[in-house]
Ligand binder design. Structure first.
Ligand code: NAI
Length: 339
């Protein structure tokens, strides 16, 4: 069977995870080319992953006619233009979230994606491919919780990455805490409830990292929201979890409730020693979502092969971004925002 030839742009924190997964865990694809502006990253791709076609320019990579698809793992500000360029070259596209940083721009990209219905577009909402979330979704869809009344979503990065984020924030824009982090939780709420957001009200502070105020960033943010079907959703996003990478979701229904990741356990080990009873925790997203990243890439490739429709669409990206931007607006205006 011919393999799908993928060209990937971006080989940073997440790009390396995708690239290595394509090489090691996606049987029906080949990492045919990569593009990055960092020379050492291209050396890594060539020497460690055996990639033959390495480019310092994304446009030059797209000129390689052998490509079938691209994987975009560059900084968020580049996604919109890189998705557009790839579609214009007739390629299938997997893009990391978000599609873009500004709504008008995202809407134009969504139109462009819809103009290419025979090209697969999949957005990187990998939690939908995590086995715990899939298990919970199945239970919810079978009606085990009855009707959903409320959801609670925590996404808190480990403290070990806070200094690096502060350095990053001094020179670059993340898009804001909600667009950068809560977007996964927003997508989960839409996915589990099948409903859209109606109103949001957010608060934020920098008690744990006062330096972020000068960068116009937040360390902690929270939002209370109402969905069109009446579900209440509460979000907390932060960058200072002392115990590791904390992603937790609670779904409360009329007949029961589910918690996913209420402690961010690394594995099944429990350590009993002079400190008491200790459960080791996940340190970062590549560890917690290791299999989700592999599953989402296999799904992208099999969707292309089977000429299917993507299950994580451009519209999912647009809707989630609209909500994240409304959450940010609420911080700035100190008002309830209606979507
Ligand atoms: P990073 O800063 O570690 O890596 C960015 C990469 O893009 C580097 O390889 C850099 O050389 C390359 N790059 C920058 N400008 C370029 C250009 N003009 N042309 C070609 N390559 C260029 O960033 P990170 O953390 O890997 O994030 C990348 C994207 O992935 C972001 O959009 C982020 O939102 C998303 N992300 C998604 C996660 C998820 O949970 N799904 C987790 C982390 C990041």
């Amino acid at each position: 069977m011919t393999k799908i030839k993928i060209g990937q742009v971006g080989l940073g924190r997440l790009g390396k995870v995708h690239a290595s997964n394509i090489v090691k865990h996606v049987n029906n694809a080949e990492l045919y080319a990569v593009a990055s502006v960092v020379e050492q990253e291209l050396e890594y791709a060539s020497e460690t992953l055996g990639v033959q076609h390495c480019y310092t320019s994304y446009s030059d990579m797209l000129d390689n006619d052998a490509l079938d698809a691209v994987v975009i793992a560059s900084p968020s500000g580049f996604h919109a233009v890189q998705i557009t360029q790839a579609l214009e070259k007739g390629l299938h596209v997997f893009s990391e979230k978000p599609i873009g940083l500004e709504l008008e721009n995202i809407r134009q990209v969504v139109d462009k994606i819809h103009d290419h219905p025979h090209k697969v577009f999949q957005l990187g909402f990998m939690r939908r491919f995590d086995e715990s979330y899939l298990y919970a979704k199945d239970a919810v869809d079978r009606g085990e919780l009855g009707k959903i009344t409320a959801m609670r979503c925590y996404g808190i990065d480990p403290s070990s990455g806070l200094d690096r984020f502060i350095q990053f924030a001094k020179n670059s824009a993340s898009g804001g805490l909600f667009l950068d982090m809560s977007i996964h939780d927003i997508d989960l709420v839409r996915w589990f409830t099948g409903s859209e957001f109606k109103t949001v009200y957010s608060l934020g502070n920098n008690i744990a990292a006062p330096e972020l105020t000068a960068c116009d960033e937040l360390e902690t943010g929270a939002c209370l929201s109402e969905l069109e079907d009446g579900t209440i959703a509460y979000f907390l996003a932060g960058r200072n979890a002392q115990h590791g990478y904390h992603v937790e979701t609670e779904i409360i229904g009329t007949e029961g409730m589910i918690r996913i990741g209420n402690a961010p356990e690394k594995n099944l080990v429990t350590l009993y020693d002079k400190n008491g009873v200790v459960r080791p925790t996940s340190d970062h997203f590549p560890e917690r979502f290791r299999f989700a990243f592999i599953n989402e890439m296999n799904t992208f490739v099999s969707t292309i092969k089977n000429k299917d429709q993507s299950s994580v669409t451009a519209m999912d990206g647009l809707k989630s971004t609209e909500v994240a931007i409304a959450m940010q607006n609420s911080i700035e205006t100190k008002k309830v925002i209606t979507l």
